[in-house]
Write a protein that binds this ligand. Sequence first.
Ligand code: ATP
Ligand code: AMO
Length: 437
Amino acid sequence: MQGLEDRTYTSAAEPGDHVTVAGWVHEVRDLGGIAFLILRDTDGRIQVKFEKDEMDEELVETGLGVPRESVIAVTGDVDEEPRAPTGVEITPESVEVIAEADTELPLDPSGKVDADLSTRLDNRTLDLRKDEVKAVFEIRGEIFRAAREAFRDANATEITTPKIVATGTEGGTELFPITYFGEEAFMNQSPQLFKQLTAGSGLERVFEIGPIFRAEEHNTPRHLNEATSIDFEGAFCDHEDAMDVCESVIWSAYEAVAENCGPQLEALGLEDSFEPPAEAFPRLTYEEAIQRINATGELDEQLVWGDDLPTEGEHALGEDVGEHYFITDWPSEIKPFYIKDYDGDDTLSTGFDLMHPRMELVSGGQREHRYEELIAGFEQQGLDPEEFEYYTKMFKYGMPPHAGWAIGAERLVMTMLGLENIREAVLFPRDRQRLSP
Ligand code: ATP
Ligand code: AMO
């Protein structure tokens, strides 16, 4: 039994069938004359019954002697058995041990013994054998599937852009430098410049789901050093259009999870509480946001125009609003060079953030598509436009107005499922302490 051709999944084993099931030894319960082995595969569990006096001794010895978490294949008849966990059981004819596990496990996949996050991440393969952990990644996959479908409905083409780049875009201090054939290069912080170059190319509407790299110094429950960004960019879009597309992608992701991930939500204990958000999120201006934060009285010092929103301020506002909401119309000085100002007011930008009550999920805005203004923006931010010539020069050859945004995928998963730490939403997280596995 190496291949899968004659294998039946546990959920498909019906009374009256003769099957071979394959998977992991979840547990063995020996009650004396009778013993049960619970076999686990990707979609469920099944009881295998060993009646010691009535079965071949070697078969019983193999079945009951194999350590937990070993991989086995069991062949036999399936019968109805109301006392079995799933209502059916297999009476084995043969048990093949495919991969025997050590008797000492670094982590208990049955979940009876708790493990801290660090031990879990060190032994992710075993950790992912738990239903509630696996469920997070099945849901994450469903979110990407739904996002791709929503982007297709928005006429956007999927692209991939380089991750090894010559310049940063999201602030100079958060770059990972690498050596590229003797030259300094960086891991990309965002597809920002490439998605803009593509939106101006005639593809017009593009999206990317890919890694971003940020050399964040701080260790928080919501920052990763390698994260996954869901990026959108559309030509002939303004920031309002971009926010509409953003709402539809987030809303579609929630809807798809509600519709297609029933067992996973149950594994996470969310079957009763999970609720997709409203289809349109409130849009507050930055000005309104700071007034409301100030009115909560949660901050020691009142916020004034031009201040970035401190984390406690975001939390206070999140509690006040109680659902997803956009913050629009930010001061230009605290938004990046590529964000366009409102026409006629160079202090007010079209940048926006989408907030979940717990944290920021998305940043975006309409882009500066006019060459002269773009160059001036670089200079205002202390960046050398020469270094970005590969980008800026395309703005001389017919660059339409365009807008876009990026969702932090792990933050979306984390807020959707109420996970406490962003590391729980990544298979193999990268943080200051963790470079492997
Ligand atoms: P036998 O069932 O062959 O007489 P036994 O006397 O060792 O063997 P029981 O006393 O019937 O076993 O059962 C021991 C425990 O196992 C009981 O709690 C019983 O409810 C449970 N049990 C027996 N058969 C099954 C089964 N097929 N599935 C789940 N639980 C079972
Ligand atoms: P920004 O830097 O705000 O915007 O990033 C967009 C979103 O990505 C997520 N994110 C992170 N998630 C986990 N760990 C990190 N270290 C991390 N950094 C960012 C957040 C954030 O809201 N180019 C712009 C987007 C645009 O305008 O299109 C950008 O990168 O959820």
